[in-house]
Design a protein around this ligand. Sequence first.
Ligand SMILES: Nc1ncnc2c1ncn2[C@@H]1O[C@H](COP(=O)(O)OP(=O)(O)O)[C@@H](O)[C@H]1O
Ligand SMILES: [Mg+2]
Length: 251
Amino acid sequence: MSDVEFENQRIVFKEKNYKKIKCYNPGTSSPTWHVKREKDSKDFVIKIIEKESCVFHRNKEIPREFKILQDLKKFGRKDIVKAFEWSYVKGRVLILFEHIQDFKTLLMPESMIKKVFKNIATAVAFLHENKYAHGDLKLDNVIVKEDRTIVLIDFQDSCRIDEDKEVYITGRILSKEDPMIPVKEGIDRVEEDQEVSVKTDIEKLYNILVEFKWNGAKSAEFLAFSDWFKDYHKKDEVSLKDVFLQAYVYL
Ligand SMILES: Nc1ncnc2c1ncn2[C@@H]1O[C@H](COP(=O)(O)OP(=O)(O)O)[C@@H](O)[C@H]1O
Ligand SMILES: [Mg+2]
């Protein structure tokens, strides 16, 4: 049996067969598949990343996304996606995740959006309290379940915010100017960038509000909160505590 049959109907990963159901993001550099394990029909998600574009933790021992999710597992949070295994397969990095059924965010009633936003902010606050920044907050990276609880996914840009520089040797360092642009290793801006990542998360939380507006959120309370956040997120000093306080006042 070959290792893997990416191009066909199934993926063979750690000697188990997974039947492809659907690609969530066709045409991207890290196709992510909803799959079913053949032996028991259990659902999973497999992310396939080109080795060259995968961000590794320390000396290429382990993909950083997997390492961070593995570290977070001990907290037993339901709002952080679980990653089970990873492996190199034919020059690519495969990561196996739990599958979460996404409720259509576009169909959410306004009352649900308010609750969902607070749940997202709660998950981000948990990360920050434990010295992690997500780095890529947007609705695409939040799975909303039918009961209004949420699960954060896509930790590819995440980092520990109190890590020593060593950790960044093989990883991507986020640039201060644009957190999405990788900066060359060996520069001495790591501490600044660590702080910026938390601030960036808060800025991106505001962007999520904007996304909700695009999706039709328009109640007076929601718009008032969004107006408050619009000014707030541009400040030099921002804190999730303020965001929570205002969220509970407005929403
Ligand atoms: N664990 C999961 N359960 C259900 N859907 C998922 C899961 N992980 C990813 N997805 C879907 O796949 C898409 C791409 O996955 P993501 O991890 O965000 O990769 P990318 O780095 O390409 O953005 C997500 O936007 C989401 O729709
Ligand atoms: Mg994503």
